[in-house]
Design a protein around this ligand. Structure first.
Ligand code: 5AD
Ligand code: SF4
Length: 482
């Protein structure tokens, strides 16, 4: 899973006199989990606050994927600890992957926190908090083979009211050798499709227009109703392509995205399903990690370079308009200059729309940490990362230039971050499109009653672009000007 961001989560809960302050780090899945935690805490009477000083409980949802992610969290924990000296009743909890990886160490050796809760134990929070309020430290890091939090209605935090994340599966069975996730999030399990459908339908009823279905490896989504529910008959297996079609059927105006796909599992059936439904957004995040088959073998990715390129070819054939984004790791154990050049050459063949790029960071306990020395010197990792990033910048610029002079259907998310004179939203390929707000006002006069506010669709002609953004004007306004 990618999308490295951190943030303070806001919520809009009923008035209360007990407050939870949350920070989330890492992947979208963690942000989605924080919404489950906020829901469990709301049942205990806690409202969400953005003011740390106001908090009775401080929770930090953590990421272990690279060492620097953990360092950031440690710095925040020291800060919370210092605050606690002035407010001893404040409870500090660590959630998520670091809770799972470090377990008692955070409580015992470092005395940094009161509460440690792993990703499968959030329903246990009421009992754990009670324990802490009774003067003890509390920990639950048990991983589950079943937990999917299917019945919990997440509290939407920091929401724009237009787009929402919906978790469809948890854990990962892949065992990529560099990755700590299978150890921190446990075995893969899929969520009941009816509960996913219900959650998406409710979001639609509340005015949301886009859902992103989340899982570490969505292509291996697999659901079979338990035998008891099918009166003894063998129930059909529900696969990811089936789920996509099911969720897309809620409304043609509900956009559906998903992340993350795995090159070994993404099927033509998924691609054909995407082609059949306009509202299945044309963007696939397909982490390649390396362009060298030798490195991919050591990474235990279970595909090689030709396989990846064949999957890209299938996407281009079946979905000619689809954006492809990726994750790349440089400097993995034993990566030679030749291997690195293969990554650059694969990038040139695919010309990704965008990429998350990382230097390899050894994670204790992973297969790679046990089996291979972390033998690429830091300076070489840095140089290779800079080369990969420079090439990707070039490709992002070119890919965005290809979007110019075309009309894009944009789902308006709100005002642009840079200027409240501008609106912004995404096209189907997940590219941010910015356009002047006055266009919207003027266009409203020309196109009558059409509502052009967050959550509505608007056609925008793109005139300019940078590596990260497309800039344009509302089509009707363009036509008036011409
Ligand atoms: N070092 C560097 N990057 C990593 N990723 C996962 N584990 C590591 C690691 N140990 C990257 C992969 C993955 C993304 C979420 O994070 O590219 O796809
Ligand atoms: Fe980690 Fe690989 Fe699973 Fe992604 S697919 S979470 S990289 S083990």
């Amino acid at each position: 899973m990618s999308g490295q961001f951190s943030g303070i989560l806001k919520g809009n809960l009923p008035p209360t006199d007990k407050f939870l302050y949350m920070e989330s780090y890492g992947c979208q899945m963690n942000f989605s989990d924080s919404e489950i935690v906020a829901s469990v805490m709301a049942d205990l009477g806690y409202g969400v606050t953005e003011e740390l000083e106001q908090a009775d409980v401080v929770m930090i949802n953590t990421c272990s994927i690279r060492e620097n992610a953990e360092q950031k969290v440690r710095a925040r924990l020291q800060h919370f600890r210092a605050m606690k000296r002035h407010k001893p009743t404040m409870i500090i909890g660590v959630l998520g992957c670091m809770a799972e990886r470090l377990k008692n160490k955070l409580l015992e050796q470092e005395q940094l926190v009161d509460l440690v809760v792993g990703p499968d134990a959030y329903k246990d929070l009421p009992g754990l908090l009670e324990q802490v309020q009774g003067g003890q430290q509390a920990v639950n890091v048990l991983l589950s083979r079943e937990e999917t939090y299917a019945e919990i209605a997440p509290v939407r935090l920091g929401s724009n009211g237009v787009t929402a994340f919906v978790t469809i599966m948890r854990g990962c069975d892949n065992m990529c050798s560099f990755c700590v996730v299978p150890f921190t999030r446990g075995r893969e399990r899929s969520r009941d499709p009816h509960s996913i459908y219900q959650e998406c339908r409710e979001l639609w009823a509340q005015g949301y227009k886009e859902v992103t279905l989340l899982g570490q490896n969505v292509d291996s989504y697999r659901w079979q109703a338990p035998a008891g529910e099918t009166k003894g008959e063998e129930s059909p297996t529900f696969l990811f392509a089936d789920l996509l079609a099911y969720i897309a059927s809620i409304s043609p105006d509900l956009r559906v995205r998903f992340s993350t796909s795995h090159p070994k599992d993404i099927t033509d059936e998924v691609l054909h399903t995407m082609a059949r439904h306009d509202n299945l957004c044309k963007n696939i995040h397909l982490p390649v990690q390396s362009g060298s088959s030798k490195v991919l073998t050591r990474m235990n990715r279970t595909y090689d370079r030709p396989w990846y390129l064949e999957r890209v070819e299938a996407i281009r054939r079946i979905l000619p308009d689809c954006a492809i984004t990726t994750d790349i790791i440089v400097g993995f154990c034993g990566e030679t200059e030749e291997d690195h050049r293969e990554t650059l050459s694969l990038m040139k063949l695919v010309r990704f729309d965008s990429a998350y790029m990382f230097a390899y960071s050894e994670r204790p306990g992973t297969l790679a940490a046990r089996k291979y020395p972390d033998d690429v010197p830091e300076e070489i990792k840095k140089r290779r990362l800079a080369e990969v990033m420079a090439l990707q910048d070039q490709h992002s610029v070119e890919r965005n230039q290809e979007e110019e002079c075309k009309v894009h259907s944009v789902l308006i998310e709100g005002k642009s971050k840079r200027s409240d004179q501008d609106w912004c939203g995404r096209n189907s390929r997940n590219k941010m499109v910015v356009f002047p707000g006055k266009d919207v006002e003027l266009a409203r006069d020309f196109i009558g009653a059409k509502d052009l506010s967050p959550g509505s669709y608007v056609d925008v002609t793109v005139h300019r672009s940078t590596k990260a953004t497309l800039m344009g004007q509302v089509v009707e306004f363009d036509a008036v000007q011409a």
